[in-house]
Design a protein around this ligand. Structure first.
Ligand code: CP
Length: 316
């Protein structure tokens, strides 16, 4: 496989940085990688001999495992370091941790961290590629990429004019920020919905519609992306109780009927079943939640391949 011409980054930090052509390049490679996921022998040799370190300072199931599988499918050697089991707990700085991992001859670092801006910072203090697996409330670029990849599969490759509603905790959500940038670059019409305390009007500066009336937000949408109510990011002060959130903004059968008849239901996970999303709806035929998870492997294979290819091109 040869590298496409319109990708020159060794790091993936934020969707906000990417051009439409760069997004299309990632989708191109993800489409090529997706059919390999179902093969009996799933290994490709793209990253043969490459060492990838997953540095996860926050809990994760989908992102961490998908990055591990993506790297292994490309024949990389993969090591996962969990923050609470590393020397960071002894007071080592993030910079020193990363520089030591580089000194151990790692070729790429994938990092999740609670601090917004930490992935960018890391990319400035080490030479090897850094892939952002979620930095605080800033961005979660590969989540938006896998979401857009899934939307393109279901709604067609051209998302121009497609109506996508993002519902829930927008204020604290890196997934929402990355998706807003990604969907706008792809030409979609984006509506943000939820309580005014979690969906402030300030988001309108991104060219999206902010709507606090749930029926108006869902009416005629092609897809709805639910966002988890994040207890750990102090949302309790932003609405009276989880029960009241559910009664006003939780997606149930009746409210889903306001969407287009063939609209899809998405969620980045983990789901709070019965809070932001009715449990039966999460498992229904309209839900593409597990497709999103599977697509996360193909998209991350594309990202790892592209970033590493740029590094080797710069070195030669
Ligand atoms: N969607 C997502 O980031 O899930 P994890 O926190 O399990 O990685």
């Amino acid at each position: 496989m040869t590298a496409p011409q319109d990708w020159h980054r060794k790091d993936l930090i934020a969707i906000e940085d990417l051009s439409r052509d760069e997004l299309e390049t990632i989708f191109h490679w993800a489409e090529r990688y997706k059919p390999t996921l179902g093969r009996t022998n799933k290994k490709l040799h793209t990253l043969n001999g490459v060492t990838v370190v997953n540095l996860f300072m926050e809990p994760s199931t989908r992102t961490r495992v998908a990055f591990e599988i993506a790297a292994m499918r490309l024949s990389a050697d993969v090591i996962t370091v969990m923050g609470d089991a590393s020397s960071l707990v002894k007071g080592e700085t993030l910079r020193d941790t990363a520089r030591n991992i580089q000194a151990l001859n790692a070729d790429m670092i994938i990092m999740r961290h609670s601090a917004a801006g930490s992935a960018k910072y890391l990319s400035e203090v080490i030479d090897i590629p850094v892939v952002n697996a979620g930095d605080g409330a800033h961005e979660h670029p590969t989540q938006a990429l896998l979401d857009a990849f899934t939307l393109r599969e279901r709604l067609g490759h051209d998302l121009t004019g497609k109506r996508i509603t993002i519902l829930g905790d927008i204020l604290f959500s890196r997934v929402a920020r990355s998706n807003i940038h990604c969907l706008k670059k792809l030409g979609a019409e984006v509506t943000l919905a939820g309580p005014a305390t979690l969906v402030p009007r300030g988001f309108e500066k991104f060219g999206v519609r902010v709507c606090h009336n749930l029926q108006a937000a869902l009416d005629g949408a092609d897809a709805v992306m639910l966002l988890r109510i994040q207890h750990e990011r102090q949302t309790s002060t932003h609405f009276p109780s989880l029960g009241e959130y559910t009664s006003m903004f939780g997606l149930n059968e009746k409210r889903a009927s306001w969407l287009k008849p063939d609209a899809i239901i998405m969620h980045p996970g983990p789901i709070n079943r019965g809070v932001e999303l009715d449990s039966a709806l999460a498992d229904s035929g309209r839900s593409v939640i597990l497709d999103q998870v599977t697509n996360g492997i193909a998209v991350r294979m594309a990202v790892l391949h592209l970033c590493y290819t740029t590094l080797t091109a710069q070195a030669s």
